[in-house]
Write a protein that binds this ligand. Sequence first.
Ligand SMILES: [Zn+2]
Length: 133
Amino acid sequence: MDYKKPLPIVTETNRPFWDSLKAHAMRLPQCDACGKFHAPPRDFCPHCLSDKLTWKPVQGTGEVYSFIVMHQLYDKTFADDVPYNVTMVKLDEGPRLVSNVRGPNDAIRIGDRVKLVYDDVSAEITLHRFVRL
Ligand SMILES: [Zn+2]
């Protein structure tokens, strides 16, 4: 593979997330104290500040919470993609992910039901994207 776009920085804190995407089975940290999931991964729960977290699988379904369509080229590696959408998806478990919805940009609507798909962009990194249901 010859992926030229910027890649996420994998850290000790977020490594289980990226490993789960690579395995095509997204997992997110769920708080043992309050039960809420969160994203992006942190060392503590942003809802109640507990550091007792357990990585759990999520369903991969949710809805379009917000989106924009990028027409400006800020990074030349995206030259073949403009215009492209940057979409915030609210997972059914609660967390919101900044991602991308495949398909025509003008078909996207806030509230659209979406499903997670996996994009293996390198040997080490798989990105999350969504398709409309
Ligand atoms: Zn919590």
